[in-house]
Structure formats: C-alpha cells, structure tokens
Ligand binder design. Structure first.
Ligand SMILES: *Cc1c(COP(=O)(O)O)cnc(C)c1O
Length: 368
C-alpha cells in the first residue's frame, strides 16, 4: 500500500545529538495521519511532523476517547531494520479500540503505515545497539461535541522518535513502592486497554512514590489490594528458586508484548513460568527467606528492567538487581539479540523493513 506523501522542507536530523537521546523527546521529520469520517477510515498520508488542529470541544480532550500503542524499529548490526511483533501491537490496538468504541483500522494499513514511516525517516534510526526508533500509534476522537458519547470522527496518527534504552550499564535497578491505597484499574474497567485515562489515574500515586524516594509504583488488584498486578508501564516477573511467576491476565493488567515474549523465552529454556494469582504477602515473605531471587519488569520501553528495592507498608526489601549473571540480564541480552538480528529468530518475531536502496526489493522480507 502506498500513501500520499508530503515531505518536510528541511530535515531536523542535523540537530539531533544521538549520544544524548531521551525517551520520546525528539520526533522524526514525518508522521502518519489518517482520518475517519462518513463511517469509514479515509486514505492515509505521510506528512511533516507538526501541530495538529482540533476544535477545543473535541471529544477526546474532554472524555478521554483515546488509545495508543508503542513498539520499536531496531537497526541490526547487519544494517537491516526490523520491527518486533507489530502484529501483536495491532491485535492489542484493536482490543483497545473496541473497549473505547473506536472504529478499528485495517491491519494492513497499520503495518504498511509503520513501514512507510520507517522508510521515509530511516536516517533517524539510531545505529548504536541499545538505541532504537520508538513508534507511537495513537487514535483520538475528534468530533466537536460536549455530548458524552462516542465520537463520529477520529484521527489516527503514528509518531516516531529515536530513543535510548532505559536499561544500560549506567542505569541501576529500579525501586518500586507497592501501592496499597490507590488503584490503577478495577475489575470490569479498562486496565487491559492502552488508553490515556489509565495513565492519568496513575500520575498522583506516581508523584507520591517519587517523593518518598521510589522510581515507580507496583500496583495491586483493585478489589482487595492483595494480589500483584503490574508497574503501569511494565509487567512484572518474580524469579523463585525453581520457577518464574507472573500475574495472570485478568482484565485489569495490560497484556504486554514483551511479557508474552519473555514467557516464551523462559519456557524455551526449560524454565517453568506460571501465570497465576500472585499474593504480595507471598512475595515479601519469599524475598525475606531467599525463595524470591529476582524481580524484574518487562516492556517495550524498559525491555527487561531489574528491581533492586521493593517497599510494602513501610518495610523495605532489598533485591540483587541486574548483575551480570542475573536472569533479567540474560533475558535482556536475548531479546535485544533477536531484535537486532544477532540471534536466531525462531518464532518469526521480527519483520525486516527494506530502507534506502533496499526499500523496493526487500519490503516484504521476513527474517528468521
Ligand atoms: C505498554 C504497557 C506495558 C508493556 O507492554 P509492552 O507491549 O511490553 O510494551 C505494560 N503495562 C502498561 C500499563 C503499558 O501501558
């Protein structure tokens, strides 16, 4: 599929300092945009990244009808650019859309738009391993109305941003405050959808935990505050002596693509990985008696991030973090190795995108 393209008049690429990339602070020259009106998605286009125009009464601004995704393109050591499991992101976007009454765009448009953006802005894809090109699809309800109902018009955009990894040699393990008062998502709510409101609900608890010296919040279930759910941008794993445990998906947890990939990699290594209810009391007891050896989070942005400290009801529990022999570190290396084309991609997780001179002949190539 080809999209009508309006190239930018001058590239901002020379201004980018690739040695000091933040996360989502600089945006590539172009974006993808596609409107929905008259009951259908219209043809999409590639245009310069820049401000969009919305009526102040746009429904998304008032009632939060907004869903997004997050995935990355990686430039391998062989020069090939790969997307990691974009079909999984599409499936999740579709479920998020359904939860928020947003019309679902076609999968082929979603995938082709990602590829078109990677191709036009391929020079923005960092060369260093450990850096990548973050892709942020977002769909918003744009209709001008204060009626509380689903919008009849939408805008689907994809932004692209060169980013560093969160976890490298210089970044220590994160500290988590177990949140026993606030709730991120409740049964029957929209915790499984990647939608703006879930993150707004987490801002105040996150600020409080930051003020008391913690990097992030570990959420418990909304009914009893008894079972572990997730971190809010990461899913969470606990390594016991003989197995790994992660909370089962019960509707209030975001089904992470990295979570799914890590479960697969663990089982392939012959390590038992159970998706189950995880009681916070069993975790704190396990850390104290040495049964729990590691805790780590997973996410597209965070990859695999070790947890070095966990605090629950004013008691602090120390963990070994991401030392070189840790499971977190080896999973991180394996994932990055697959994403960068250095390890065999036996599950067909990566999709090569031909860029530059290769754009025309290897567009549909599948690696692995
Ligand atoms: C995006 C996200 C994750 C991680 O999902 P990935 O697909 O692995 O990036 C975990 N929790 C929440 C709430 C998220 O928004």
């Amino acid at each position: 599929m080809s999209f009508s393209t309006t190239p930018c008049s001058s590239s901002r690429l020379p201004e980018v300092d690739f040695d000091n990339l933040g996360f989502g602070e600089q945006f590539a020259d172009h974006m993808f945009s596609m409107d929905y009106h008259d009951g259908k998605w219209q043809p999409g286009s590639i245009c310069p990244y820049g401000p969009i125009s919305l009526p102040p009464s746009a429904l998304c601004l008032h009632y939060g009808q907004s869903v997004f995704e997050g995935l990355k393109a990686y430039r391998g050591s062989d020069g090939t650019v790969r997307l990691f499991r974009p079909d999984k992101n599409y499936q999740r976007l579709a479920r998020s859309c359904e939860r928020l009454c947003i019309p679902v765009p076609d999968e082929s448009v979603f995938l082709d738009a990602l590829k078109a953006l990677v191709q036009i802005d391929h020079e923005w894809i960092p060369h260093k391993k450990g850096q990548s090109f973050y892709l942020r699809p977002i769909i918003i309800g744009t209709e001008a109305s204060l009626m509380v109902r689903a919008s009849t018009t939408y805008q689907f955009m994809i932004l692209a941003s060169p980013v560093r990894e969160f976890f490298d040699e210089s970044i220590p393990a994160v500290s988590l405050k177990v949140e026993s008062e606030y709730t991120r998502a409740a049964p029957g709510g929209m915790g499984y959808a990647k939608t703006a409101g879930n993150y707004a609900a987490a801002l105040e608890p996150a600020r409080r935990s930051l003020q008391s010296g913690f990097d992030q919040v570990l959420w418990l279930d909304g009914r009893e505050h008894r079972y572990v759910e997730e971190v809010g941008q990461m899913n969470i794993f606990f390594k016991f002596k003989d197995r790994v445990v992660t909370p089962e998906l019960r509707g209030s947890i975001l089904p992470g693509v990295t979570r799914d990939s890590v479960i697969t990699l663990l089982r392939q290594r012959g390590i038992q990985c159970d998706e189950q209810l995880v009681e916070i009391d069993a975790i704190t007891a396990g850390i104290t008696n040495g049964e729990v050896e590691e805790v780590f989070g997973t996410g597209t942005a965070a990859v695999v991030t070790p947890v070095g400290r966990l605090s629950y009801k004013d008691t602090s529990f120390e963990l070994p973090g991401g030392h070189n022999e840790s499971l977190a570190r080896s999973l991180y290396n394996e994932l990055l190795g697959i994403q960068h084309g250095e390890l065999d991609d036996q599950y067909g997780w990566t999709t090569a995108v031909g860029v530059g001179a290769d754009a025309n002949n290897s567009q549909q190539a599948h690696t692995g």
